[in-house]
Ligand binder design. Sequence first.
Ligand code: DCP
Ligand code: CA
Ligand code: CA
Length: 363
Amino acid sequence: MEKRIVFHVDFDYFYAQCEEIRNSKIKGMCVVVCIFSDRGGDSGAVATANYNARNFGVKSGIPIMLAKNKLKEQDSIFLPADFDYYSEVSSKAMEIIEKYADVFEYVGRDEAYLDVTKKTDGNFINAEHLAQQLKNDIRNNLKLTCSIGITPNKLLSKIASDYKKPDGLTTVKSEQINEFLSPLKIREIPRIGKKTEDIFAQMNVNTINELKKINIFDLNKMFGRKTGGYIFNSSRGIDDEMVKPRAPTIQFSKITTLKKNSKELIFLRENIEELCIQLNKIAIENNKMYRSIGIQFVNEDLTTKTKSKMIKNPGNNVIELKKIVNQLLEEALVEQEMLVRRIGVRISEFSDVEGQSNITNYF
Ligand code: DCP
Ligand code: CA
Ligand code: CA
């Protein structure tokens, strides 16, 4: 296979950094973004935390209660996750990033792969300059920092972007692959989780260098041919997977928990029309017109129901939005037996409003 240069871009402590962007006053504090469960109080889990908070052992997935305990002596702030806002920041950043790629592959809200082989003439010095420009571009426009791995393939770039965080830039050329991988914990290999790590730990295999000493036949015996082959290749930095063109499917949505559970048209209409106003405002602020409109119920038993509709011409007129949403609401209420607990609206299938910049005018 021909030599390639691939970037993996990953935004640093993403949700928590988004919160710092909209309120710079919290920047020196321990910032913890929480997903509160519906049970109220402090029940729920930490989505992510900034690096100040991580110093005290706060990380993704731990109970909010535990995080509060770890930070009780610190200057800290606990915020509820605001997914719509993080999606907005993400789509602005992705719009900037994709311009740097020959091929752009969106992976999720906070990461993407870029094939930059042509743009850089396959030269790693050019690639480092390009990556630095990319970092500057999103920092200047959005105040967002990211970490980038620059290597000959997706696997290595994913590991490299995680190597020096936050605000990192790590290059691994073909001839450096061995020395880069050898000392790393096997857990650094994507898809090797705690279970696999434990299996190897029992065999006294902890680093990638040690992993490389196990031959392919034994790996196949332990994990089957597919996973065995993956582990064998990964520990040697081998990965032929191409960067595939993939754009984010962006959408904006608003959802609210109703004051009381209900399936009464008038009450639901009042609530959903308020969401239409907020959502349409976001579309206008982002210079977006939409073609797809949808509504969602979260029922009292937490099951969901959705209805959506495509309109002929892209638009962002709030009266039109309310009209369609009301139609969808009436349709959804036919045969609705359960009471509705949360109600939401979503818009997608965007096109840009011509003639205006839609990146820099938001913050
Ligand atoms: N996330 C979550 N729950 C998890 C893990 C992650 O809700 N258990 C969310 C919050 C993160 C985002 O996904 O901000 C991206 O996840 P990352 O694993 O990339 O972690 P961060 O971006 O927060 O931190 P960093 O990349 O700096 O390590
Ligand atoms: Ca991240
Ligand atoms: Ca990530």
